[in-house]
Design a protein around this ligand. Sequence first.
Ligand code: HEM
Length: 505
Amino acid sequence: ARPKKDAPKIWTTLPLVGIGNADYTWLWGKLRSFGPASQPFLVPMLDSGLTVVLPRTLIKAVYGLPERLVDVHGVQDQLMQLRWTFPDAYIRGERLQFNVVRNQLTQNIPRLTRGVAAEIRFGFLRSWGESTGWKEVRVWTSALRIVAGAANGAFCGPPLCRDVVFLDRMKDHAMTIFLGALLLNCLPRALHPILGPIFSCVSGFAARRATRRSLPVVTERLAKTAQWKANPDTDWTPPEDALQWVIDECYTSKDPEAQLLPTRVCQRLLFVNDISMLTTAYAAQNLLLDLFSTDPALRYAETLRQECETALRNAGGEWTHAAVQELRLVDSALRESMRMSPFGTLGLPREAIHPAGIQLGDTPVRLPSRTCMALPLEAIHYDETIYPHATRYDPFRFVTRQGVAEPRVKSTATLDDSFLAFGVPGKWACPGRFFALLELKIFVAELLLNYEVEYLKERPKPIYMMWSRYPPDVKIQVRRRGGCDPECVQGGVASTPMAGVLRGH
Ligand code: HEM
């Protein structure tokens, strides 16, 4: 139904946070106190203008609406300023790389596990070293490199996944477009036709630097694939990695000749890195900071280490998919860390696009077309009614406790409307989360099995930039463990609070 002409405007009916009241602050952390309220409210945002923040109770009703009513991809493209960062219409038009993440990458996780584990082990040795003496490392920088190497082990394999220059250039591109798009989105749209091309030059420069490194590998892969397709008896087997699956998708696309252009395939590899690298490294570094800011007397790290030890030993000393799935406590610690550090105070933006606007569930509120919406991620993740003692990092919050009648087991890949780190449950949830969790669990396991980390006096604070939280690149002291300490692995854990849980699952 079309809205009545005299329907009240939302800015006269919804509460406005941020302008004209004493609580005005650009520190969006203030929004926490509004989040759990059952009523939508308005927030002026530098990048998306006046935005309606929805309460948790409306997520299903609004985020489940069809695409003709609520836009997702257009908003995401705007967020990344794809028009300027990936100006090639082929890349923006057909997201072949998304199909690969959703299908081949996810289905092949069991097969990819060994390679990912090998790259994580290699990455730790390269970044954190072999010395059993204490060494200072930067958490964010090293986590990024390790995660990027592991991901590219599955995306394109060696030599690129071990090529520091390639990995760093991929990271530079991801950072350039993330920060550049944030800045551009804050400037008036009227200026975009002037500033957009400048931004395009900068991100294009970063893209060319990154793809220059991958181009010879991609060109060779394309040539070998073409030869193999012409004669399958050639002495070459197509590798099982995302690059090969992207090439397969290009062959079956509407316009294979154009899609198979080597620079275009390189850009797709770049795109997958852009959407996966920062998010995964962010989760890895947050877990590290959360875990090693807890009270050492609670022995959380030892408990997790023991779980990793057992899983690896049962798998014969090599990570398999089944062994990774055994890491229930690690999974819980990750979910808890992602709960405490969502990537923004507000997030998951959407736009009402139906000319008649959209109704907010069964409330009387109707949003006009072109209204931006977002969810109060921090407020929901810190809602005391859902998460008692929400500001406390409890790594075992999501696993069964012995003697508790109702188990609370919740794997991190399982989404609900109170855990939004991977998006809202349903069609638009992150399709890369199964792969991301594989990387993250092995990251945590390899870290705990091979290194000791000096505990921090307090949890370093994230850097708030408008709605987003940015990781602080703090330094920590680490040292390689000199062989497994049996006292710590077996006897020591018997006295930890989760020993019962470990025996029980
Ligand atoms: C801890 C790591 C990660 C986090 C926190 C994360 C988070 C998210 C979120 C919140 C969304 C949904 C955005 C929205 O609804 O507006 C999303 C979408 C997406 N993610 Fe992830 N992600 C992670 C890792 C990855 C990885 C490793 C990949 C690829 C290998 C990936 C690929 C994608 C893709 C392709 C989409 C877009 C899906 C679509 O719109 O059809 N993500 N991610």
